[in-house]
Design a protein around this ligand. Structure first.
Ligand SMILES: [Fe+2]
Length: 358
């Protein structure tokens, strides 16, 4: 189905670009200055050029977003997966090399794998080889030997599923793609239920004022009906796992689950299958060669808040000791391999750490 700008939907009273950005309450006089920012990049795979210099990763879009990240003074950048179109060494190396401008400005990059980072449709390469190629491009991530942070105590999970803290924030990144070569063609992935005890432990620690949880796949996708719990099209599969996961997020005050995979911006509230708990999901846009359109079925336990289709975007999260503000920036679709973005803030919302800040 051909997509046009008329597919743009905005389910709040906001205009096309926000005329007003909600402020996080100012820090009180005499308190330490904790104002800081970080960025989140959605999927960056690029399909029209699998050879040099692209190697299946959207280097022109990545470079443009990194320039804006630096201009806005972020402390670090996190990507929610599908860094590349096909998993092979040159692709991962190229994606990593285009973080040089970040590193030169003292900005760390925290990647997470997506489905495209886990398979190579052109060869029967084993998952262990793919993981080794990925680790070579993105070494020393939190949870690996000698690094800070934490990973679940599961074979090959170190630095793939991990948590880290930065200032008053904590970040959990969940890899749900093959990590174990069990003899099958694709290898074995851990399920959210395999991670749940580690998630509970990390969320229970008294080492943060706020926490965000990231995965590549969605709790509920608008286009994709496979989700973070299962590759099947049944969005209610593994209901006990879903109930436990969303209940854990709610219990520990996790207000936002941020993901990619669906190549659109969509902010919604999602209830667990048992209806007992709820979290806000942010599908954080597309920085890739393609966009998807919403396709039914849509479940009654999801309430859409803001949706935008067919634009290139990313998130900047602003933090102080009162709360966080998440701004979604996007720009017009681009010409092939030429990209001159004019960024606009198209959604913005604030979460205070306490309902009545003192
Ligand atoms: Fe994906």
């Amino acid at each position: 189905m051909k997509t046009t700008r008329r597919n743009f939907l905005h389910l709040t009273s906001l205009g096309l670009a926000l005329p007003f950005i909600p402020a996080i309450p100012a820090i009180h006089a005499g308190e330490s200055n904790l104002e800081w920012r970080f960025g989140v990049i959605p999927d960056t795979q690029w399909k029209t050029n699998m050879n040099a210099p692209f190697y299946g990763t959207a280097i022109h879009i990545i470079d443009a977003i990194n320039t804006e990240m630096i201009r806005q003074g972020v402390d670090f950048v996190l990507e929610v997966g599908d860094l590349v179109e096909e998993a092979f060494a040159e692709a991962f190396q190229t994606r990593a090399q285009h973080n040089k401008i970040l590193h030169d400005n003292g900005i760390k990059f925290y990647p997470l794998r997506g489905n495209h980072d886990s398979y190579n449709s052109n060869s029967s390469v084993r998952c262990g080889t793919i993981i080794a190629q990925y680790r070579a491009a993105f070494p020393n991530l939190p949870g690996t030997l000698g690094s800070s942070g934490s990973s679940p105590n599961l074979p090959n999970a170190a630095g793939m599923t991990y948590s880290f803290t930065h200032k008053n924030g904590k970040f959990l990144l969940l890899d749900t793609f093959p990590l174990i070569d069990d003899g099958s063609d694709d290898g074995k992935a851990y399920k959210i239920s395999d991670y749940q005890s580690w998630i509970d432990t990390e969320l229970s620690k008294n080492d943060h004022e706020f926490v965000l949880v990231f995965a590549h796949k969605n709790l509920l996708g608008q286009n994709h009906k496979d989700n973070v719990f299962s590759d099947s099209k049944n969005q209610d599969s593994f209901p006990e796992t879903q109930n436990a996961f969303i209940a854990s997020l709610q219990k520990h005050g996790v207000k936002n689950f941020i993901c990619g995979h669906d190549h659109m911006y969509h902010r919604s509230r999602i209830k667990s299958p048992d209806g007992k708990s709820e979290v806000q999901q942010i599908i954080c846009g597309s920085a890739a060669h393609k966009f998807y359109l919403p396709e039914p079925p849509f479940l009654a336990r999801e309430t859409s808040l803001v949706k935008e289709l067919n634009r290139i975007g990313f998130l900047i999260v602003h933090v102080n000791n009162q709360g966080i503000r998440i701004d979604y920036h996007s720009t017009e679709p681009f010409g092939q391999e030429k990209f001159s973005p004019k960024w606009e803030i198209r959604d913005s919302f604030t979460n205070l750490f306490h309902d009545s800040p003192t």
